[in-house]
Design a protein around this ligand. Structure first.
Ligand code: DX5
Ligand code: ZN
Length: 226
């Protein structure tokens, strides 16, 4: 299981230090939550390519950076995130008009591409694209803010995706990773691993929990080992 910290609930004056601390604790994947003040229900604005560019310069090229685009116009702006240095661009199926064309554009630019879908979007909407993408992100909260409660009803979606991806892999197709985002903590990480999740995004459970990032990560890894 890969742990990808989300910096959404961080003190934004401290993000450089928090990312350093995460990498020193063994993290090699960072999840960047981009909201444009329009697309998510609570109209939050987070940060954009300039901040991502600074993060990339600070951490070098070894750490994976993904951007989770909770924005209205990903089809017009994804290139800015690519240029800022992300490795993987994750777009919401509910927000994109021509997903097939967008997947091709991102792939042709040499970036990995992921599709994310909301708790009330059926998994069947994503299945037609599984052969063309690198990752599928299952939202286990309604996107918009950190620190929300995990929605266990995503289990069936994850099990369906795992089954389809395993069949695809055994036929020589793409090894699509399953990522989960929202409400993941030490108490539920083993559960989602058992369902078939490969990458867990963790925001408040790493950054705003009782201990340091290192201590919180150790607690999560211990939960995974038991
Ligand atoms: C929600 C974001 C998440 C979230 C994760 O809109 O996509 O990445 O902030 O934070 P926690 O782990 O606190 O749910
Ligand atoms: Zn996210």
């Amino acid at each position: 299981m890969i742990i990808a910290p989300s910096i959404l609930t961080a003190d934004f004056c401290e993000i450089g230090k928090l990312i350093d601390e995460s990498i020193n604790a063994g993290i090699n994947w960072i999840h960047l939550d981009i909201m444009d003040g329009n697309w998510v229900v609570n109209k939050t604005i987070t940060f954009g390519p300039a901040v991502i560019n600074s993060i990339r310069k600070r951490i070098g090229n070894e750490v994976m950076l993904d951007c989770h685009l909770m924005i209205t116009n990903a089809e017009e702006t994804w290139q800015q995130f690519a240029n800022a240095g992300v490795d993987l661009i994750i777009v919401h199926i509910e927000a994109v008009k021509n997903m097939g064309a967008l997947i091709n554009e991102i792939t042709n630019a040499g970036k990995k591409v992921g599709i994310v879908f909301n708790p009330d979007t059926p998994v069947e909407d994503v299945l037609p694209y599984l052969e063309q993408i690198d990752l599928v992100l299952v939202m286990s909260v309604v996107p918009g803010k950190g620190g929300q409660s995990f929605m266990p009803e995503v289990e069936n979606k994850i099990r369906t995706l795992k089954e389809k991806i395993n069949i695809q892999k055994s036929n020589g197709g793409k090894k699509v990773k399953i990522m989960i985002d929202g409400g993941i903590k030490a108490h539920n990480i083993s559960l989602v691993k058992e369902w078939g999740v490969d990458v867990s995004v963790i925001g408040s459970g790493l950054i705003n929990d009782k201990g340091t990032i290192k201590e919180n990560l150790t607690e999560i890894q211990n939960a995974l080992a038991n």
